[in-house]
Structure formats: C-alpha cells, structure tokens
Ligand binder design. Structure first.
Ligand code: DAH
Length: 354
C-alpha cells in the first residue's frame, strides 16, 4: 500500500518534471515533491511507526525515489539553463543596425573651403604661415615699427620665448627673450611668401588669428582671417575691385558690387576699406545694413613698396594689391548669424544646423 503510494508519487513527479518549462516551475516541483510539507516527507516521517520488516523494505525504496526525483529535477534545471543561455547569445541578423553618429565640418571650415575653391578656380595658390609669429613678421616687416601708434590697432597676445635655452639655465638675469606672439592677422604670410617667391603670383592665405580683446557679439579673441595678395608688373586697384566682385558674386551666388573707402594701413599705400552691397536688401537699405545698403567687409590697398623691399624685391619694380578680412564676418552675412561667439562656443544646437 505505502509502496504503491511512493511509486505513484514518483511517476507523477517524473511526469511533471518532464513538462516543466522554466527554472521557476522546477523550483515549485522541488517544493511540492521533496519539500518539508510534501506528501513524500510525510511518508518518510511515518516510517518510524512501521514494523522492522516493512522498514527494511520501504526505507531504501523511499530513499532511492527521493534521490531519483532530486536528480531528475537537477538534470531538467541544467537543460533549461543551457536553453536560456543559448537564447541570450542568439544574434538576429535581420535586426536593423545601430546608427553611428557622424560628425560634419564646422561652419567656418565649410566657408573656408568654399573661399579656397573659388580662388583656386581663379588661378590662386593657397599659402600658409605659423600661428605663433615673430614680432618681425607680424609688425616690423609690415611697416609697423616698435612704438608706432599703429601697433595699438592690434591687441596682441605676446609670448615669451628664450632665444638660447642652453647657456642661461643657471642665471635667470641673463635670459634673452625674442618677441613672439599669437598672430593678430594673416598679413605676415605676405612677407613670408614673398621672401621665397618671385612675382607674378596670386595667393590667398586663410588661417587662425588671435587678439587680446574683450568678447562681444562681434568680437572674439580667436577668429579666422583670410588674406589675398596679387603681385605683378602692373597690378592696380581696378584688378582688386574686379577680383573682389567676382569672388563675392560667386560666394553669395548673386551679383555683388564692391565699394572702396579711403583708409590707412601701414603696409598699403594707398589703403582702403571695402564694402559689399547688402546681401539682404541688395543695396536699397534695410535693418541688416542699418539703412545704408552696404556691409563693411575688410581692409585692402596697394602693397607699400617698403613691404616689397623687406621681402627682397627691388623698390618700385612691382605693384600689387592685398586685402584681409574675417571669415566669421563672411559666414555671419551668408548664414544671417548675429553673434560671432556662437562659432567657438561649442553649442551643438548651433553647429548641427550646417
Ligand atoms: N591685416 C589687417 C587687419 O587685420 C587687414 C588688412 C588690411 C589686410 C589691409 C590687408 C590689407 O592685406 O591690405 O586688420
């Protein structure tokens, strides 16, 4: 009778174990069949009331069934676990891929590339110079001597650089410094290029510049400029006006007129500042140009013969024009941006619009 009961429990248990689908179900079966309150446990407890003979018969049977159920549960647990692991490792090759976030060019780089492409299409070469510049190239060579009031126009970041690091390590009084600075404009590239090249030539020199000034919506301490220099036997201001109008018309993709106003720069003679007709109203006058019809762009002029001399050219042999202006200014007009600080502010909401 008891024996039959045990065998029934075993049959039922093995059947249930086989059907179980999860670790949780198996745990429940373990509690149901082998737990403290299980039918089986009750049987084991009642063994003590049996006769010795019955004990000998039922005891081992009960133990072996208990062991068998326990082992079957363990086996089933293993199988289910490995199935779950496999499920986790499964790769769905049809699932859509994760999108990789791609960057893009900074608006100033885009504008600089556009400028370069236009000038290259007009036969210009692109020249380059260092951002940490010597006092000589930044000022003296451009006819701006020490103590000349014209230097005040460039708020300069001066740096100190030892001329000879070896012989002055021990005595700081003897340290000699040469004057270097973060270049406040791209004009030094003019002389650097001319010292190595002979006219005729046409170049542009775009690049980063720095000025020690308080920032506001139209001033930044770090900005981009872009220089143009055309030198030959008979280059005149008419060439400048033509090239400038060609360039701006291509850049803004509409007919642009250029206006010159007399001005002063030590490295040009005569010097002028130049404006383009307002790209918003076309010259009629609107709020963007304060009703004048013109937007101020930059400085220009006929290269001062003193600059040619410093560069190693004979005096009065060549003529050339030069110009320089901020790339930010151009980008601001083109994209209608009203604060120059946005370019270097690192705000992705701004940058992502380009
Ligand atoms: N270097 C001048 C500046 O930063 C701009 C400039 C004016 C450049 C006249 C020129 C030029 O080449 O001819 O203010």
């Amino acid at each position: 009778m008891l024996e039959q009961k045990i065998l029934n429990i075993k049959t039922q248990a093995l059947e249930d174990i086989e059907k179980a689908q999860s670790e949780k179900e198996l745990l429940d079966l373990r509690v149901k069949y082998l737990g403290r309150k299980s039918e089986f446990n009750k049987i084991l407890k009642s063994l003590k009331n049996l006769s010795l003979e019955e004990k000998k018969k039922i005891g081992p049977l009960a133990n072996s069934v208990k062991k068998e159920i326990d082992e079957e549960i363990k086996k089933a647990e293993k199988i289910i676990k490995s199935k779950v692991d496999l499920e986790k490792e499964k790769i769905d090759i049809t699932a859509p891929g994760k999108k990789i976030k791609r960057g893009h060019l900074h608006p100033l780089t885009i504008v600089q590339n556009e400028i370069e492409n236009i000038f290259v299409s007009m036969g210009f070469e692109i020249a380059d110079g260092p951002e940490v510049e010597t006092e000589f190239y930044a000022f003296d060579a451009l006819n701006i001597p020490k103590d000349h009031p014209a230097r005040d126009a460039w708020d300069t970041f001066w740096l100190k650089a030892q001329t000879n690091a070896d012989d002055t390590q021990t005595n700081t009084d003897k340290i000699q410094y040469k004057s270097v600075l973060l270049r406040p404009h791209t004009s030094p590239v003019q002389v650097r290029y001319m010292q190595k090249n002979q006219p005729p030539f046409r170049i542009i020199a775009p690049g980063k510049c720095f000025r020690h000034e308080a920032t506001d919506a139209s001033h930044e301490h770090t900005f981009y400029q872009f220089e143009a220099l055309v030198v030959g036997d008979d280059i005149n201001a008419g060439h400048f006006k033509y090239i400038a109008e060609e360039f701006f018309s291509k850049f803004f993709k509409k007919k642009i007129k250029v206006r010159l106003r007399p001005s002063f720069f030590p490295f040009t003679e005569p010097s002028f500042e130049f404006d383009i007709n307002c790209t918003v109203c076309g010259g009629k006058g609107c709020s963007a140009c304060q009703g004048t019809g013109w937007s101020e762009i930059g400085g220009a002029g006929m290269v001062n013969q003193k600059v040619f001399e410093v560069s190693g050219y004979p005096k009065n042999k060549y003529q050339g024009f030069a110009w320089g202006f901020g790339i930010e200014r151009l980008a601001m007009i083109k994209y209608k941006i009203d604060d120059v600080r946005l370019f270097h502010g690192g705000d992705l909401r701004f940058i992502k619009q380009f």
